[in-house]
Structures are given as C-alpha cells and as structure tokens.
Design a protein around this ligand. Structure first.
Ligand code: ADP
Ligand code: MG
Length: 268
C-alpha cells in the first residue's frame, strides 16, 4: 500500500471550551519512526488521541490507510493500530498477565476464542518488555517504571502495524528508557510504523526518522531530525537558548542548554 498509513486533515481538537488545535494537518510517513516533540500543553497527547480515535475531532478527519477512521469498526481499528496513552488507567485488581492478554481482544471473536497464537503474542510481549517475571503480580502493586513497561507490553501484544506511544519512557530510569527506545527501534526496523511523543529532545533526535515539532496546537517544523533540531527551532518552540552539537555516539543533533546567565526564556 502506498500513501501514509495515518493522516490528519484539518483537525479542530477541543475539550469543551478549550480549543487545542485548529486546522491541524499531519501525515505519518509509512514505516517511519515519527516522534512528536513540543512544550507541555501544546497538544501532543491530544493529537495522538485523535490519531488513535480516542478523541473525536470537532472538524477535519483522520485517515487510516486512506479510510476515514471514524467510519471503521472499533475492532478493525484495534487490529491495525495500538495506542499507549500517557496515563493509562488499569482496571482494579488485574494481574499483569491478564492486562497484557487484553491486548489480544481485537483478535478474538465469537468464533475465535483464546488460541496458541494469542498465548505466544502475550509471552513475546512480556519478554520484549522484560516483565515476564511480573506476570502474576497485581498491576496496582508495581512501581511506575514496571507499570509503564507492562502497558507497553499490552500494546505490543496487539501486534499492530501502527503503534502510537505517548511518552513511553516516563517513569523509567535511564537504562530502561534506552531499552524501551531500542525496542521501539527494533519494531520500526521490522517494518512497523511508530508514532511516539517524547519529552527528551536528544532521544527524539537519536531515534526518530521523522520529527514533528509542535507549539500551541500548530506544527512548526517537520522532517529529519538533522533538519528540525536547530538552535533557532529549540528557541522558538521551547524558549530555550542552547547549542546543537553532534551526539558523540550517533552523530544526530544533541541539544546542550546554554548556561543560566545566557538564557533568554520566551515562555511559549
Ligand atoms: P501535551 O501532551 O502536549 O502536554 P495535551 O494534549 O495533553 O498537551 O494538552 C493540550 C491542552 O489541552 C492543555 O491545555 C491541557 O490542559 C488540555 N487538556 C488535555 N486533556 C484535557 C482533558 N481531558 N480535558 C480538558 N482539557 C484537557
Ligand atoms: Mg502529553
């Protein structure tokens, strides 16, 4: 299939009186690892929710493989797209194994109950995120980092071509952050399309094949990290004075904030 697997056209996104974005359009390139960056509250999660059909746009539309996502059956969407929200809420007293198994729901039906393929998908997802030993624990009893990896496992168990991840490394220590990012990179290399919201600009620049920089509900720049992560852009979008140098490990752009006396902070 050609064309973007996921596309937003002229979205107006709002909560009650609060309009977060107007006429927002974005295309997710096929087989890309797209990362959305931008300051707190600029609408990254809101956009991701709209792309994942958990928020209905006031205007405009989202296309999944060229079809209006709003017209598709929920199960059909969930077989093609998994969304890991920023602050997912687990049902009470659910174990890790049971939560991850819920990722298989879209693959089941009246005629197709739990199968060996489902069991394998769950086991693989638990292994990939290194939470297999937590399988019988209650989700509510886990640390923030453990829980984050369990949620990621649930999204992986869905085995979708499109994976939308909202700050998948929050709560993780630095080693686990890079493990999750490496896992994402592997999934991308296997041919999946990933869309992630990331906080850390340097991680974003290191892992993304396509960066989308947002400010106040508007896409201000998009393209390869080397084109997007520049000193003027970081200043414009985050109000941060910085230097951009090559990451000594990967050569990708690395943001080094200026000393405090050099800061000129323009609050976005
Ligand atoms: P980001 O993910 O970029 O930090 P969000 O998309 O979460 O930003 O939020 C964009 C704006 O929408 C913010 O002003 C936020 O307070 C508001 N907002 C987010 N979620 C809700 C909600 N469920 N109800 C009302 N306002 C919300
Ligand atoms: Mg957010």
């Amino acid at each position: 299939m050609n064309g973007p697997p996921l596309e937003a056209e002229g979205l107006t996104l709002a909560y009650d009186q609060l309009v977060v974005a107007q006429d927002l359009s974005v295309q997710i390139p096929r087989a890309s690892f797209t990362v959305i960056i931008g300051p707190n509250g600029c609408g990254k999660s809101t956009l991701l929710r709209a792309l994942g059909r958990t928020l209905k746009p006031r205007a405009g539309r989202v296309l999944l493989d060229g079809e209006p996502i709003a017209a598709l059956r929920s199960k059909d969407v969930a077989r093609r797209l998994a969304l890991l929200p920023q602050s997912p809420v687990a049902p009470e007293s659910i174990t890790v194994g049971d939560l991850v198994a819920r990722g298989r729901y879209p693959h089941q039906g009246i005629l197709r109950q739990w199968s060996a393929a489902d069991a394998r998908a769950v086991a693989d997802a638990l292994d990939a995120t290194e939470v297999a030993d937590l399988r019988d624990r209650y989700v509510a009893e886990l640390s923030g980092g453990q829980r984050q990896r369990v949620w990621l496992a649930m999204a992986l168990a869905q085995q979708t071509d499109l994976l939308l991840l909202d700050e998948p490394t929050t709560f993780l220590d630095i080693a686990h952050q890079f493990e999750v990012m490496d896992l994402c990179a592997r999934l991308h290399e296997e041919g999946r399309t990933l869309v992630a919201v990331l906080h850390d600009l340097n991680q974003a620049a290191r892992y993304a094949t396509h960066l989308v920089a947002m400010k106040a509900g508007v896409v201000v720049a998009e393209g390869p990290p080397s084109d997007v992560v520049t000193e003027p852009l970081v200043r414009e979008v985050f109000g941060l004075a910085c230097r951009v140098v090559p990451d000594p490990e990967t050569g990708t752009p690395m943001v080094v904030p200026a000393r405090r006396d050099a800061h000129v902070r323009h609050l976005p």
